[in-house]
Design a protein around this ligand. Structure first.
Ligand SMILES: [Ca+2]
Ligand SMILES: [Ca+2]
Ligand SMILES: [Ca+2]
Length: 356
C-alpha cells in the first residue's frame, strides 16, 4: 500500500513538474521574453496635461482627437489616485493641447475609470457620440455620451450586460450600437492563468444594440483593441496573447464571419484605422514582462506597428516607432492624422510625433 502511495505521489510530482515546465516555456513565449527590442525614433513631443496614461485615443475626420486617461487596471501600474478623465485635442489648432472634457449628467465621476473608447458620428445631423468602456469599482460597463459645444460630454446612458463582463475596447456602429471585446473569460486569477498558459481561445466579441445583445464572434485568446474598416464592412480585433489581428466580415444580423489572422509578432493593444488609406495602426507592448513587474530603472518599452493592405494576400507589417521605455513606456494606441501620430500609454505620458 505504502509503495503504491509512493508511486502515485511520484507520478503526481512528475506530472506537476512537466506542467510547470510547460507553463514556464509557454509564458516565456507568450510574453516574448527573448525578443530583441526594436528601436525606431520619431520626432515627438509630450502632450501637455497627460501624465497618467492615455490608454485609448481616437481621431474624428475633422481632426479632433479624444483621449481616455488615468486608467486603473488590475496588474498594471498606476500612479494617480484621482479618477480618470476624458480629453479632447484639436489637431488643426496651430498649437494643439489636450483640454479636459467637462462631463454632465448622472455619472459617478469619483469612480470614473475610462478604458477603450470609440466615437460615432450620426451623418443625419452630424451629432457626435462618444462611447467609453468604464470600470467603476472593477466592474465593466459602457457609457454613451454626446459631445456638445464648450468641450462637454453629456452622459446619455450606462450599459451593463452579463455578456459585457471584461470589456477592453468597443467600436460604435450606431448611436446606441457597438461591438465590444472581452479580454478575460474567467474573472478569478487561477482559472484565468490556466486558460492563458493552455492558450485556450475562450474570449469573444459581443454585439450590443437596444434590441439585441449577442456573441458575434468567438475563438479569441484575449480580445483587446477593436475597430472597423472605413467602408464599415470589416471588423479588426487585436488578439493580444495570440500576437495577431483577427479580421472579421460583418454579416446580416451582426454576426461576424472570421476571415483570417494577421501575425504581428508583438502584444498589440488598441487599433486605430486610417480614415483615408484603411491602414491599421497598433500600439503594442514589446516587453510585457517589464510592464507587469514594473521597475522605473528598467522600464517597459513602446512599439507602434502599421498594417498595410490587410485584405490582400500579403499584408505588410512595419515598425513605425520603437522605444526602450526611456522616452515612452507601455504604448497602447497610435492614431494617425495627416502628418501627425499620437501615441498613448497605459500609465505614462502621451506623444505627438511628426511622420515623414
Ligand atoms: Ca478604441
Ligand atoms: Ca487570433
Ligand atoms: Ca486596450
Amino acid at each position: 500500500m505504502a509503495a503504491m502511495q509512493k508511486l502515485l505521489i511520484s507520478a503526481l510530482v512528475a506530472a506537476l513538474a512537466v506542467f510547470v515546465g510547460h507553463a514556464f516555456l509557454k509564458v516565456k513565449k507568450l510574453l516574448l521574453v527573448n525578443r530583441e527590442l526594436p528601436m525606431k525614433p520619431l520626432n515627438c513631443h509630450y502632450l501637455k496635461n497627460i501624465e497618467f496614461g492615455a490608454e485609448d485615443i481616437t481621431i474624428l475626420r475633422d481632426g479632433r482627437a479624444f483621449l481616455s486617461t488615468g486608467l486603473k487596471y488590475p496588474g498594471m501600474p498606476s500612479f494617480s489616485d484621482e479618477p480618470g478623465k476624458m480629453y479632447v485635442l484639436d489637431l488643426l489648432h496651430p498649437k494643439p493641447a489636450p483640454v479636459e472634457l467637462k462631463i454632465k449628467g448622472e455619472l459617478d465621476l469619483h469612480a470614473f475609470n475610462p478604458h477603450g473608447i470609440s466615437v460615432y458620428t450620426d451623418e443625419a445631423d452630424d451629432s457626435v457620440y462618444v462611447f467609453v468602456v468604464n470600470h467603476p469599482n472593477s466592474k465593466s460597463q459602457v457609457e454613451i455620451f454626446r459631445f456638445v459645444e464648450d468641450e462637454t460630454l453629456v452622459h446619455l446612458k450606462t450599459i451593463t450586460h452579463p455578456l459585457l463582463h471584461s470589456v477592453n475596447d468597443i467600436v460604435a456602429v450606431g448611436p446606441e450600437h457597438f461591438y465590444a471585446t472581452n479580454d478575460h473569460y474567467f474573472h478569478s486569477e487561477t482559472p484565468h492563468f490556466l486558460t492563458v498558459i493552455l492558450g485556450l481561445p475562450l474570449c469573444d466579441v459581443v454585439y450590443y444594440s437596444p434590441e439585441e445583445v449577442r456573441v458575434a464572434a468567438d475563438g479569441i485568446q484575449s480580445g483587446n483593441g477593436i475597430n472597423i474598416s472605413p467602408d464599415k464592412r470589416f471588423i479588426y480585433v487585436s488578439d493580444i496573447l495570440d500576437h495577431d489581428v483577427d479580421v472579421f466580415e460583418r454579416q446580416d444580423g451582426e454576426h461576424l464571419l472570421f476571415i483570417k489572422s494577421v501575425a504581428v509578432g508583438s502584444l498589440c493593444d488598441n487599433i486605430e484605422v486610417d480614415h483615408v488609406t484603411g491602414d491599421l495602426w497598433l500600439g503594442c507592448h514589446p516587453n510585457p514582462l517589464k510592464l507587469i513587474n514594473f521597475d522605473p530603472k528598467d522600464p517597459p518599452g513602446s512599439e507602434v506597428l502599421r498594417i498595410k493592405n490587410i485584405h490582400s494576400d500579403q499584408p505588410v507589417v512595419t515598425l513605425e516607432y520603437g522605444n526602450d521605455g526611456h522616452e515612452l513606456m507601455a504604448s497602447t494606441v497610435a492614431a494617425r492624422y495627416d502628418g501627425k501620430l499620437l501615441i498613448g500609454t497605459v500609465f505614462h505620458k502621451a506623444l505627438s510625433c511628426v511622420l515623414k
